[in-house]
Ligand binder design. Structure first.
Ligand code: APR
Length: 319
């Protein structure tokens, strides 16, 4: 039977997700938005490209949760994106309210779905979503690490003139300015990046600049676009998670997952490598971090905790 993916939010990321899912024939697509016309218009526009691109999936747009019923996967981008000069954290108050409505909607209609959250500030919003909806923690996960890692790998590829496919890396922690590029786990053509520094292929200053650019990768795009934030790379990253779940690929992917003692952290969502298969988040992979990586990671977790405390002040039901 054909799978069903619901996209809550049919804005820039939602529309791009719908297009990518259709091109890959991953599932039928329901685009849901409070602005029903946007959802319907985008669904129709993408459907009209099916004869040209030769895909065979059903696409509809709606503002009625009944149409999203029994989805296999729900990807959430409902919310407000950043404006130039804003941090993701500035979106907390408004997006928290939106996510509460969304949680109510999906828990009634798709309680068995694998739910991927993209709305920012990511780690806190995904945690609130899990609390509001009461859905199992292994079925509620946030998209950030794949995007941040992908940005870092792209920048390294440009700098070192090495194809992206030959670079491995991952960025963990919260999806904010404190995110941590794991240099001990960064390899270019099978060599550790730190060895390339030793060999003089890249200076440590240049590497630090690339790490900084990665942390501010989203803001760089917000500044260029002037209206709205990044959507092609975020959507591609969300699709990779959905595909690993639907096809039981058991890929190891950096995602915002619930930590229950892993990395010595309990009761909070943050970016870690996880295995995604047909059970959802099947495992949190615990990497052996260097002391430096560990302290940066803990610092990032503390930033997420502080923001969650701010969320609790906005809505005491999160306590
Ligand atoms: N239910 C459903 N959809 C909603 C709701 C709601 N309660 N509130 C707002 N929306 C819809 C808006 O109508 C809009 O179409 O969410 C959509 C968001 O789309 P964009 O404004 O284009 O934002 P986008 O770039 O897609 O980013 C969405 O993801 O990466 C994050 O920071 C980003 O939080 C932002 C989110």
């Amino acid at each position: 039977m054909k799978k069903k993916i619901t996209l809550i939010g049919a804005g820039q990321i939602g529309g791009t997700l719908a297009h990518l899912i259709a091109l890959k024939e991953l599932a039928d697509v329901v685009l849901f938005d409070v602005a029903a016309g946007i959802a319907k218009g985008k669904a129709l526009d993408i459907a009209q490209s099916s004869p040209v691109n030769g895909f065979n999936v059903n696409l509809i747009g709606t503002d009625n949760y009944e149409d999203t019923k029994n989805s296999d996967v729900v990807i959430i981008t409902a919310g407000v994106p950043r404006k130039p000069g804003m941090t993701r954290d500035d979106l907390l108050g408004i997006n928290l309210k939106i996510i509460k409505q969304v949680a109510e909607g999906i828990k009634k209609t798709s309680p068995n779905a694998f739910v991927i959250c993209i709305t920012n500030p990511l780690d806190v919003i995904v945690m609130a979503l899990q609390k509001y909806s009461g859905l199992p923690k292994n079925k509620v996960v946030g998209m950030a690490g794949i995007l941040d890692s992908s940005r870092f790998i792209y920048f390294l590829s440009e700098e070192l003139k090495v194809p992206v496919q030959k670079i491995k890396s991952l960025v963990l922690g919260g999806h904010g300015d404190s995110m941590v590029a794991m240099l001990e786990f960064t390899e270019v053509l099978g060599k550790k990046i730190k060895d390339l520094v030793k060999e003089g292929k890249i200076t440590s200053e240049r590497l630090s600049q690339i790490v900084e650019r990665t942390k501010k990768g989203g803001a760089e795009i917000v500044k260029y676009l002037e209206k709205g934030s990044a959507y092609y790379a975020p959507a591609a990253s969300g699709v990779e998670m959905a595909e690993s779940y639907l096809k039981n690929l058991k890929k190891q992917l950096p995602c915002a997952a619930y930590l229950d003692g892993e990395y010595g952290i309990k009761g909070i969502y943050a970016g870690v490598p996880v295995i995604i298969g047909s059970e959802g988040v099947e495992k949190v992979v615990e990497l052996d971090l260097s002391n430096d990586e560990k302290s940066q990671f803990e610092n990032s977790i503390n930033a997420v905790k502080d923001l969650f405390d701010a969320a609790k002040k906005i809505d005491s039901s999160l306590s």
